[in-house]
Design a protein around this ligand. Structure first.
Ligand code: FES
Ligand SMILES: [Fe+2]
Length: 438
């Protein structure tokens, strides 16, 4: 870890403890207080979620002008809507008048959004179109000053990302080396996709960082918590006696694959075939996109012997310090055979393994809430360092072996970096959301 990061103290909490005091960088231990402290939670909403590129869905969910889905970044609701010009807009779901939510459905099609309180009307680009008695109330006003708050929008292979922070790096830079791995299943092209499973939402009684940490690389728990899945043969190629995992850190993003056939590194040729056979990964794009245990994108073999693109979308919403909502949906290549589509509609690893995970995480949360429990460390000391094979074709930090803690620790270090960014810069922080909004 860069020593500059280790030297940071970060925000000082109400009882005088600095955020850095909760972390032992040498032992790689973190006090459980970070999972339960409401003050840390509020800081996360501002410093992590309101400054990150968050994945909100897929363009194929909203193919026509006026199509929209309502999603969340932190606690802020946003409307992801296709405008009349075909562009995807992401708008804060807050009326520019007195702040009421203007969109109440989870999805739909509308040419405009009318606020239920006083009736201001906004178009799909967030512009104010009009208001009741506007002449009498406001005279000859400049309506362009009263639009909805618009977020920056970034697209990657149809995935829609948005960011509140006008000063954040562009999406490509934010994704960095993760792009190589996200693109692996597209080696044979970028086919048209359709919704296979509409997004569903699960509420779980634990802090959002537990599933984020877990899905960024905790393969270690598979052989115990999910042992029944292995014993039932439901983890293709999974072997309960030999943990054989392959993980990548790219920035704070953690990508996980089962190295099913132990063929080692992906060859420089035929990456897509390698992906099908070996590298069905789940991943967490920092901070908490797709952290559900599904794959971000993969190829699945059909009955005709061909493989077809499957895309999972989702994320973790930090609902309170002690509760998160996980959402997940799935898209599939339009031309995939019906039996494959039917199978994909019925089977998500989350449905099976999720029941195990949501026994573990709320249990950890109960411990984290205790006066003594909050001082208990969570430990990430099992590390092997990078074990990137010489012929590895991909970028990032690559780890192989029995499920070491590196990718998860790297996720936590990225969290620490964002959480301490304000104190780290002596000048007023140019990335402040309040400033960006001004
Ligand atoms: S709060 Fe929306 S019109 Fe008044
Ligand atoms: Fe799990």
């Amino acid at each position: 870890m860069p020593s500059a990061l280790q030297a940071r103290r970060g925000p000082i909490l109400a009882d005088g403890v600095a955020l850095a005091d909760l972390i032992d960088f040498d032992k790689r231990e973190i006090a459980m207080r970070v999972l339960s402290d409401p003050e840390i939670y509020r800081l996360e909403l501002k410093r992590v979620f309101a400054r990150s590129w968050v994945a909100l869905g897929h363009a194929a969910e909203i193919p026509n002008p006026g199509d929209y889905v309502k999603r969340q970044i932190g606690l802020d609701q946003v409307i992801v809507v296709r405008g009349r010009d075909g562009e995807v807009n992401v708008l804060l779901n807050a009326c520019a008048h007195r702040g009421m939510e203007i969109c109440w459905a989870d999805e739909g099609n509308q040419s405009s959004f009318k606020c239920p309180y006083h009736g201001w009307v906004f178009d799909t680009a967030g512009n104010l179109m009009g208001a009741p008695f506007e002449r009498e109330m406001y005279g000859d006003w400049d309506k362009s000053q009263y639009g909805l708050r618009k977020l920056r929008v970034g697209m990657h292979r149809g995935r829609i990302f948005a960011n509140f922070d006008q000063h954040a790096p562009p999406l490509d830079e934010w994704l960095g080396d993760a792009v190589f791995y996200l693109d692996l299943p597209y080696a044979e092209g970028d086919p048209e996709v359709e919704i296979c499973l509409s997004p569903r939402r699960f509420r779980v009684a634990n802090n959002w960082k537990l599933p984020a940490d877990n899905n960024s690389g905790d393969t270690y728990h598979g052989i115990t918590l999910h042992r029944s899945l292995f014993e039932l043969g439901m983890v293709p190629g999974g072997d309960v006696t030999t943990l054989d995992t392959l993980k990548v850190t790219a920035g704070g993003h953690g990508l996980v694959g089962f190295n099913r056939t132990r063929t080692g590194a992906p060859p420089k040729e035929g990456l897509s075939k390698y992906h099908t056979d070996n590298f069905t990964f789940s991943c967490v794009l920092f901070p908490a996109s797709f952290g559900i245990g599904g794959s971000a994108a993969t190829r699945m073999p059909g009955p005709d012997g061909r493989s077809y693109l499957v895309i999972d979308i989702g994320g973790i919403i930090p609902s309170t310090p002690d509760v998160c909502d996980m959402w997940v949906g799935r898209l599939v290549e339009k031309s995939a055979p019906e039996p494959l589509k039917a199978m994909l509609q019925n089977a998500m690893l989350l449905d099976l393994g999720g029941a195990d995970d949501i026994a573990a995480w709320p249990s950890i949360q109960r411990v984290a809430k205790g006066a003594v429990g909050e001082t208990q460390p969570i430990r990430y000391g099992a590390t092997a360092g990078e074990t990137k094979p010489a012929d590895w074709a991909g970028p990032g930090k690559v780890y192989t072996g029995p499920g070491f803690d590196d990718t998860q620790w790297n996720w936590w270090m990225r969290w620490f970096e964002l959480m301490t960014a304000d104190e780290a810069s002596e000048a007023p922080n140019p990335r402040s959301v309040a400033r960006a909004a001004g």
